[in-house]
Every structure is written in structure tokens, then in C-alpha cells.
Design a binder for this molecule. Structure first.
Ligand SMILES: C[S@@+](CC[C@H](N)C(=O)[O-])C[C@H]1O[C@@H](n2cnc3c(N)ncnc32)[C@H](O)[C@@H]1O
Length: 259
């Protein structure tokens, strides 16, 4: 067995132990609730664009993108564009690595791997900043509701041209909306890849955290995931990811397509 594999095996034991440590999980939940009062997840940037994510989840996305090597990442919920830039920059590194391995030249004008972002309201200043970013040439944006049948048909058409597809859902966080997004976009996920459903943690937070939002415990991405999985055994929750991260907005939201 390689040294790397020995190290990974040790890590797997430690990660399992963290995931079953009630005190650690409870103190993590407390920390998340306190930090949320300070809008912790709003304070980060990725290559110059604000990204509304926990740093831990950004690392998880980096690990997933490296493992899957997708040629298309579909994201619902653009906001300031930070998550699009994160995905695009990881895809540019994958294209770079391919070029090194194959001994070919990279053509920056025709990037192979792409990101497709959907948002109901792409604010003019965000669109301008994303379009001016050095990663812009591998980003496509579509404005409209992610559950509008015309938008879904457009995304399905685009996805047909790609082999390895990763999906991230991070728009409206109500049960009904996320369930409709799962029905629309999870089938586009290729075998072995993931549908990452963000903000499932709402289920585990106090209801008073969301006074001005329609989502709350009982009506959120996690309830949508559990309803979706009842009829979709082709997806399984990858608990190893959340056990490793501990601090994540997506507990039970890393869905692996197993067949
Ligand atoms: C949490 S933010 C996305 C954050 C972004 N993924 C990031 O990591 O920085 C949610 C976004 O979803 C968008 N949104 C809300 N309802 C939507 C809908 N029905 N369809 C598409 N996007 C929607 C909002 O306009 C907002 O920009």
C-alpha cells in the first residue's frame, strides 16, 4: 500500500470519528448559529468577487472538482459571482493540467471546460464585474428563474454537449423550489459526479434566524433533498464530506450519483 493510501486510511478513521462525536457536532452547530448572527458567510471573496459560502465548502468544491474533473458545472444562484469564479478558475486549472499532460498548447480563447450560471436577477454591476473578470471567457450566464420550463429546456440543451457534469443548487432555498431544481437538474449530473445542495443547514437552525425569509426548519433544501432521495436511489448522500468539513452549509447536501 502506498504512503498516500496509508495516510488517507488514517484520515478516514479520524473523519468517521468526528462525524459520530456528539459533543463536537453540538459545539459546531452552536458556533455556526453564533457566526450566522454576524453574517459570517458573506465576508469572503474568490479571486476578487464576493462569494457567499463558508471557506470549508470552497475547499470541498476544490476537492470535488479535482476528483470529478467536470467539463460543465451548472450553478443556480449567481449573486456577486464568486462561486462562478471559483468554479471557472478550477476548470481553467484542469484544462491547464490536461495541456501539460498532453504536451499541447492551451488556447485561452476557446476554453474546453465551462460554467453555466443561472439567476433570476443578475444585477447590472455584478454582470459587468463577472464579464470583466479574467475567468469570464469560460462563464455563461442565463437570467431567469431556475425552475422556469424555458430556462430548464435551455440548460438541458447546453448540457447535452458535455460528458461530465457537476451541479450546484444555491438559489431560492424553499422546499418547493429546491425540489423542482432537483427534478430539473439532478438528472443532468453524470454518474460518479455530484449535485451539491447548499443551505441544507437551515433545517438545523433556530426558526428565528430567518425572520424575513420564506425558508425555515421544515421548509428548506434539506427537506427537499430527503423527499427527492425517496424516489431517486441513483443519488446517495456523501456523509464523508460533511463529517470532514464539520462547518458546512450543506449537511446531507453533497449528493453523489452512484448509478
Ligand atoms: C445565496 S445567493 C447565491 C450565492 C452564490 N452561489 C455564491 O456562492 O456566491 C442566491 C441567489 O439566488 C438567486 N435566486 C433567487 N431565486 C431564484 C430563482 N427562482 N431562480 C434563480 N435564481 C434565484 C438570487 O437572486 C441570489 O442571487
Amino acid at each position: 500500500m502506498s504512503e498516500y493510501q496509508k495516510f488517507k486510511d488514517e484520515c478516514a478513521v479520524e473523519i468517521k470519528s468526528m462525524g459520530s462525536d456528539g459533543d463536537l457536532l453540538a459545539s459546531t452547530r452552536d458556533w455556526i448559529n453564533f457566526a450566522n448572527l454576524k453574517k459570517y458567510s458573506y465576508h469572503f471573496e474568490f479571486l476578487g468577487r464576493p462569494i457567499i459560502q463558508y471557506p470549508q465548502d470552497m475547499v470541498a468544491m476544490q476537492e470535488l472538482i479535482w476528483e470529478i474533473k467536470p467539463d460543465l458545472i451548472i450553478e443556480t444562484g449567481i449573486a456577486h459571482g464568486g462561486s462562478l469564479i471559483l468554479s471557472a478558475s478550477m476548470l481553467s486549472l484542469l484544462d491547464y493540467c490536461d495541456a501539460i499532460e498532453q504536451g499541447t498548447m492551451l488556447d485561452p480563447k476557446a476554453p474546453r471546460r465551462r460554467v453555466l450560471g443561472l439567476d433570476i436577477d443578475i444585477r447590472a454591476h455584478n454582470r459587468a464585474a463577472i464579464e470583466a473578470h479574467p475567468m469570464a471567457n469560460r462563464i455563461d450566464m442565463v437570467e431567469g428563474s431556475s425552475i422556469d420550463p424555458a430556462i430548464i429546456a435551455q440548460v438541458q440543451g447546453i448540457a447535452r454537449g458535455y460528458e461530465r457534469v457537476l451541479v450546484c443548487l444555491d438559489s431560492n432555498h424553499t422546499h418547493e423550489h429546491v425540489l423542482a431544481e432537483l427534478e430539473a437538474y439532478a438528472p443532468l449530473v453524470s454518474a460518479g459526479s455530484y449535485c451539491v445542495v447548499f443551505d441544507t443547514l437551515i433545517e438545523d437552525m433556530p426558526a428565528e434566524m430567518f425572520p424575513d425569509r420564506p425558508w425555515r426548519p421544515g421548509n428548506n433544501p434539506k427537506t427537499a433533498v430527503s423527499e427527492y432521495l425517496k424516489k431517486h436511489p441513483e443519488f446517495q448522500i456523501d456523509k464523508d464530506i460533511q463529517n470532514k468539513l464539520l462547518i458546512t452549509v450543506a449537511p446531507d447536501g453533497f449528493l453523489k450519483r452512484v448509478k
